[in-house]
Design a protein around this ligand. Structure first.
Ligand code: PMP
Length: 296
C-alpha cells in the first residue's frame, strides 16, 4: 500500500484536510533528525482499544523528546474519535504523530514548533499467520534507558528495527529477535516477546524494550487467569528450551512464533487461553488496561 495515496482525511495542525493536502516539506526537522514520536492504535467495531493508555504514552513520549504537545488528553481523545468517524473506519488503525516543524536543519530546535498529525486507515493484522511466524536473531542489540530514551515510542528507536527487518526478510524470516546489551532477550522489531515453559509465562524486563500496551494487557490476563508469570533477564537458551513462544503488539495482536532460527515451538493451552482473552477485549474494547478486569 502506498500511504501517500491514502484517501479520506488526515488531521494536521488543527485542521482536517483531504489526505493529498496533508503534506510537510522535505526539509522537515523530524525527517532529518528522527525527532518525532507516534502511536499505533487499533479500532474494533468503531471502538478504540486502550485509547487512554496509548494517548498517555504519546504525551509521555513527547515530553521525553522535548516536543511541546499542547493538547489535553481529552482533546486528543476527541480527535482520535473524530478521525475514525470522518474516515468511516469500523475496523482499522489510528496513527497519531507528533513532530517538529522545518525551522532548523541541525540538532538545534529553538525555532521549531511542534506539529500533530492524526491519520486512520483500514488495516489488517500484522503477520496474521495462524500457523506461526519464523524469526531469526538480529545482529543489532536493543539499547537501554541509560543510553537511549527507550520509554519513548520515537522514530529514532526504529533505525535498527528497520535494518534488522530487511535483513530477516532477505533470509526468508518474518521478523527477528533482538537481545539487550548483555545478551538478554529484549523484543522483536515492533513487538514484545513472551514464552511459556512448565506452565509459567516469561517475558523480558522493561529496561531495553518498549513497554507495550498489549504486553501490559497480557500480564493482566495472566493475573486474572492465575497464570504464573516471571519477568526478568533471560538468556537466549532459556527461550530456546521453552514450549511455546509468541509476540504481542497493537498491530500484530498475539502472534504465535513457530521457529526461532532452527528451534521449533508449539502452541499450548496457555497460549490458547491468552488468545481467547484477547478476543474478549477485541469484542468489547476497554478504554484502558485497568478496565480489563471488568470484562472477566
Ligand atoms: N516494541 C516495539 C519496538 C514496538 O514498536 C511495539 C509496537 N508499538 C511494541 C513493542 C508493542 O507495543 P504495543 O503493544 O503498545 O503496540
Amino acid at each position: 500500500m502506498d500511504f501517500s495515496k491514502l484517501k479520506g482525511q488526515i488531521y494536521l495542525d488543527k485542521k482536517f484536510l483531504n489526505c493529498d493536502k496533508a503534506k510537510i516539506h522535505v526539509l522537515n526537522h523530524s525527517l532529518h533528525f528522527a525527532s518525532s514520536v507516534f502511536e499505533g492504535i487499533r479500532v474494533y467495531d468503531k471502538k478504540i482499544l486502550f485509547l487512554e493508555d496509548h494517548l498517555k504514552r504519546l504525551i509521555n513520549s513527547s515530553k521525553i523528546m522535548k516536543l511541546n504537545l499542547n493538547y489535553s488528553l481529552k482533546r486528543l481523545s476527541d480527535l482520535n474519535h473524530l478521525i475514525i468517524k470522518k474516515n468511516r473506519i469500523k475496523d482499522g488503525y489510528i496513527r497519531p504523530l507528533v513532530f517538529r516543524s522545518s525551522h532548523s536543519m541541525s540538532p538545534e530546535t529553538e525555532n521549531c514548533y511542534t506539529q500533530l498529525a492524526i491519520a486512520a486507515w483500514k488495516w489488517k493484522v500484522l503477520f496474521g499467520n495462524e500457523s506461526g511466524i519464523k524469526i531469526n536473531l538480529s545482529r543489532y542489540p536493543k539499547l537501554n534507558s541509560k543510553i537511549y530514551p527507550i520509554e519513548a515510542k520515537s522514530s529514532g528507536s526504529y533505525q535498527t528495527s528497520v535494518i534488522s527487518k530487511i535483513e530477516s526478510q532477505k533470509k526468508n524470516y518474518d521478523d527477528c529477535l533482538m537481545l539487550d546489551l548483555n545478551g538478554n532477550i529484549a523484543e522483536t522489531t515492533a513487538c514484545n516477546i513472551f514464552w511459556i515453559k512448565d506452565n509459567i509465562v516469561y517475558t523480558s524486563k522493561k529496561h531495553s524494550i518498549l513497554d507495550g500496551i498489549t504486553r501490559q494487557a497480557i500480564l493482566e490476563f495472566c493475573k486474572i487467569k492465575k497464570i504464573k508469570v516471571r519477568i526478568g533477564d533471560y538468556k537466549l537458551k532459556h527461550i530456546l528450551k521453552s514450549e511455546c513462544v509468541f509476540v504481542t503488539g497493537t498491530a500484530a495482536e498475539i502472534q504465535f512464533v513457530k521457529r526461532i532460527e532452527k528451534n521449533k515451538f508449539k502452541k499450548n493451552s496457555i497460549f490458547n487461553e491468552l488468545k481467547s482473552c484477547y478476543q474478549i477485549i477485541k469484542d468489547n474494547p476497554p478504554e484502558k488496561i485497568s478496565d480489563i478486569k471488568k470484562l472477566f
